[in-house]
Design a protein around this ligand. Sequence first.
Ligand code: M1P
Length: 218
Amino acid sequence: MAEWQVREHPDTIVLFDVDGTLTPARRKITPEIAEILKILKKKVVVGFVGGSDIAKQQEQLGQNAINEFDFAFSENGLTAYRLGKQLASQSFIDWIGEEKYSKLANFILKYIADLDLPKKRGTFIEFRNGMINVSPIGRNCSMEERNEFEAYDKIHNIRPKFVQALKDAFPDYSLTFSIGGQISFDVFPTGWDKTYCLDHIESEGFKKIHFFGDKTYE
Ligand code: M1P
């Protein structure tokens, strides 16, 4: 018997996006939200599902997040935990293969090299287990530079144009490009979006699945 059978609604799971939902982008959870989640967990099964890797999610939600949430889904569920125990996962590099990945990475780095931006920092491609994350300014920019880039991007459409160039260059790669945050976009196999995490809970027999997230448009 799963430990949540004693809760008021054991057949209901509530899943929360992380950045922009449980916390502001890349920031820590507030004590108020953490307290609300504790109360909620008495009633239903609670999980989070975000695009970031587990290290970043733990920085934001607390080092013990994989035990505090019933389900913890990093990289949309490509890295997954149930009651603190890791579940099986797949990897982006195994799926795409080194040769195709190399062509993709070279295209991305050349495209960024040719981009005229007010500021560039470092870590333009972050290689994760289930996806890559591409940032034209570079992921190790400061909070202030992150906000500046977001504002600049709203005017100049740097990311939408970049994504279109990738779609045109790799039409047969079956990749999805998702602009979810402030400074980057995620690249993953089509189907490995946030719905991927549902594969991990299918066998649990939940009757209701609620998802709360921001930017739920395409
Ligand atoms: O959760 C939304 C996105 O949050 C971050 O994006 P950014 O650094 O651009 O604000 C990243 O972790 C990204 O992978 C994620 O999709």
